[in-house]
Each structure stands twice: as structure tokens, then as C-alpha cells.
Write a protein that binds this ligand. Structure first.
Ligand code: BTN
Length: 263
């Protein structure tokens, strides 16, 4: 599909995803990007908040209108994860082995979260197909004290990893290029290759995990990674396989205090 490179820049927004949804509903073109220096209501997955610190992170939402069926939408988060991982690798000198993806939407360095993805869709109308909003938050210049207290041991930033200060604008261009290229590959039918790349960075693969469902039910077992449709599978101790469509995933055996937090 034809793509535009429009960037809507804001000093302050409630949430770039909310703004991107509004623009998409008004017909914003495929490829439009919403960028804010700060957000007062940054949204995370499963109704969580995404704490935003002015000028210290990337708060971005891409509007895409891919030629795909509704059933394929879940794969977009994984595609965006690969694109964000490629972007981070370009910024980290020694990312190999340290950078990982945690299904479905987290990017971690040495187990600490550096970025998260929140994919949402607009409702289709009589005249317009649904648009997909890929919201990405990346911790760029966060210092330890910038994170909420309960997250400071579990989160990191490019500054903390590399001790290098960065201007935001070139980073926005770089992540935009990576998203455009990965989405184009996806539309061209290369999801299997993108999924292989995703799997090569799978943080949970083979680990014992707990998945807390939206109803509070916990499924425990070994993570088998996402299948060809992007859905995660867990094998419990009786050998039963569980399909995970959503939920909060934590490594098994963590303390209760740790389990109450993001990872
Ligand atoms: C998560 O890890 O739960 C997903 C976090 C996604 C945060 C980004 S910041 C830019 C965009 N706007 C939002 O309100 N959320 C996403």
C-alpha cells in the first residue's frame, strides 16, 4: 500500500496512541507517525500505565493500513518487536545475547525492560478499513531515579546501557525506517523470516513461567514460544499445551513482591 512519511510532532500529549487513533479515524495516511516529547496518560498493555519523562524517551505511534486480514493483526506486534530490536541493536555496541524479546511486546536488555509496544486498531467504518496503531515507548535518557520506584531494578535505558547521550530526532528517523522496512516485509509475505528473527531473541523460550490471565487464572509451565500465527504456547507439567492469547507473563519462582511488578 502507498505510504506517507508524515510526522505529527507534539511537545505534550495525553497519549500518542490516543492521538494516532483520532488521526486515523479522520483518514490519516498509511505510514503517518505521531511523536510526543511527553505524555500524561501513556498507556501500556493490559490497562497498565506507561510512565513518560519529558524528552527522555521515545513516545511514538505509527498508523499503518496494511493489506491484511483481521486474523493477522496479532502478528503486527511481533513484527514491530523485530523492528524495534533491529533499531536497538544499531544503538548498542554489544547487543548480541543481551537484547531479548519477551512475548508479546517487551524488549529487554539483560532481563531489564527498555521498550514496550502497544498495538491497537481503530474500528472499521462503511468507508474506511480499520487502521492499526503501533505504539512504541523506548527508554532513551532515563537515569535510575527517573523510573517509578517499584520498577527501577527492572528497567533500563540506552543511556544506562551505553553511557552515551543521544538526540531524539535521529532516533525517531531510525526507528521509523526500521518499522517501515519490517512492515513492508510482512506485507510481502515474509512473516516466517520475521518470526525466525523474533524467535532468535525469545527471552522466555524453554523457561518455566506463570501466565496470569485477565480473569486472574494462572497457567504455569514451560514456554514453547510463539507458533506460526504468533500465539504463545505453554506446556504444563502434565504435558498439556495451552494456547496463550493474552496475559501477564512472569518467570516462575519469583518472589511475590517481584511478581507484583512488570516482569
Ligand atoms: C507496554 O509495555 O505495556 C506497552 C507500552 C507502550 C507505550 C507506548 S509510549 C507511545 C505509545 N503511546 C501510548 O500511550 N503507549 C505507547
Amino acid at each position: 500500500m502507498k505510504r506517507k512519511n508524515h510526522i505529527f510532532f507534539f511537545r505534550h500529549l495525553d497519549s500518542t496512541n490516543i492521538q494516532a487513533k483520532k488521526l486515523a479515524e479522520k483518514g490519516a495516511a498509511n505510514g503517518t507517525l505521531v511523536w510526543a516529547l511527553n505524555q500524561s496518560m501513556g498507556r501500556g498493555r493490559l490497562g497498565k500505565k506507561w510512565a513518560s519523562v519529558s524528552g527522555k524517551g521515545l513516545y511514538l505511534s505509527f498508523i499503518i493500513r496494511p493489506e491484511i486480514d483481521f486474523g493477522e493483526y496479532a502478528k503486527i506486534t511481533l513484527v514491530a518487536g523485530v523492528a524495534t530490536a533491529r533499531f536497538l541493536k544499531q544503538e548498542l555496541d554489544d547487543a548480541k545475547g543481551k537484547l531479548a524479546l519477551k512475548w508479546p511486546n517487551d524488549l529487554l536488555i539483560d532481563g531489564r525492560k527498555i521498550a514496550g509496544i502497544l498495538t491497537e486498531a481503530t474500528a472499521p467504518t462503511k468507508t474506511q478499513k480499520a487502521a492499526i496503531i503501533i505504539g512504541i515507548g523506548v527508554n532513551i535518557s532515563y537515569e535510575k531515579d527517573d523510573f517509578p520506584k517499584e520498577l527501577c531494578t527492572q528497567a533500563t535505558s540506552l543511556l544506562l546501557e551505553t553511557e552515551k547521550k543521544r538526540a531524539l530526532q535521529p532516533l525517531v528517523r531510525s526507528i521509523q525506517k526500521n518499522i517501515q522496512s519490517a512492515v513492508a516485509d510482512f506485507e510481502a509475505g515474509h512473516f516466517p523470516q520475521l518470526l525466525n528473527e523474533w524467535r532468535s531473541m525469545d527471552y522466555l523460550y524453554g523457561k518455566e513461567i506463570d501466565c496470569v490471565g485477565l480473569d486472574g487464572k494462572i497457567i504455569s509451565g514451560k514456554a514453547l514460544g510463539p507458533d506460526n500465527t504468533g500465539v504463545l504456547f505453554i506446556e504444563d507439567r502434565y504435558g498439556n499445551r495451552h494456547e496463550i492469547l493474552s496475559g501477564d507473563l512472569r518467570l516462575a519462582g519469583k518472589t511475590l513482591a517481584e511478581k507484583g511488578q512488570e516482569l
